[in-house]
Design a protein around this ligand. Structure first.
Ligand SMILES: [Mg+2]
Length: 207
């Protein structure tokens, strides 16, 4: 029986990449989106890609970051899927290589129990280009998942993970139910459920 579900945020619970939306404000959307794509396809180390992309955001007003973070388009089916998994008695958690401004705000809207992501460093109301947090490395999601499993007393077989990109690979290594949602090939190869339609609630028919 499944007891724990972990969802990625960008392009999984949310329809897009948060950092790409920030970059568009600065007119560097294409440049940042290109780096995001390289990272999500597994051609670029996640930590390096995160540093590069956040560095390019230096000077962006934090009020803009908050406005964008609070107006993101959530994935069709995200809220009803989380509600149903919670009704089934599962703990539902979000692991994101993105940012607390987005994942903590969405927690109360989508209904997951907790979020683990990164924090943008802010000084005098502007981004400094620095970043820190829980989800900075290729290994971060797998590392956090094994710690959560230990605390909750949940086995790999009782764990569901769902994501779309290369930085979800490390958590796929520690879960019995592995859902690739509109995912890159590198992640699909490690999945046992593949969903290509833009509707997260299709998960409910598979588990
Ligand atoms: Mg993603």
């Amino acid at each position: 029986m499944l007891k724990l579900a972990v969802f990625d945020f960008d392009s999984t619970l949310m329809d897009g990449e948060t950092i790409d939306f920030f970059a568009e404000e600065l007119g560097i959307g294409e440049e940042v989106a290109k780096i995001t794509e390289e990272a999500m396809s597994g051609r670029l180390d996640f930590f390096e890609s995160l540093q590069q992309r956040v560095g390019l955001l230096k000077g962006l007003d934090f009020s803009v970051v908050e406005r964008i973070s609070h107006n993101l388009p959530y994935m069709p089916g995200a809220k009803e899927t989380i509600t149903e998994l919670k009704n089934r008695g599962m703990k539902v958690v979000c692991f994101s290589g993105g940012f607390r401004t987005a994942t903590s705000y969405a927690k109360d809207i989508l209904g997951y129990h907790a979020d683990f992501s990164n924090a943008l460093h802010v000084k005098e109301g502007k981004l400094t280009g620095l970043v820190g947090g829980d989800m900075m490395y290729n290994f971060s999601k797998g590392d956090m998942l094994t710690r959560l499993q230990a605390v909750l007393g949940v086995s790999e077989e009782e764990t569901l993970v769902c994501g779309d990109g290369a930085n979800d690979l490390s958590m796929f290594a520690h879960a019995g139910t592995r859902i690739a949602f509109r995912a890159r090939d590198i992640l699909k190869r490690e999945a046992n459920i593949i969903i290509e339609e833009k509707d997260l609630s299709l998960i409910l028919k598979e588990i």
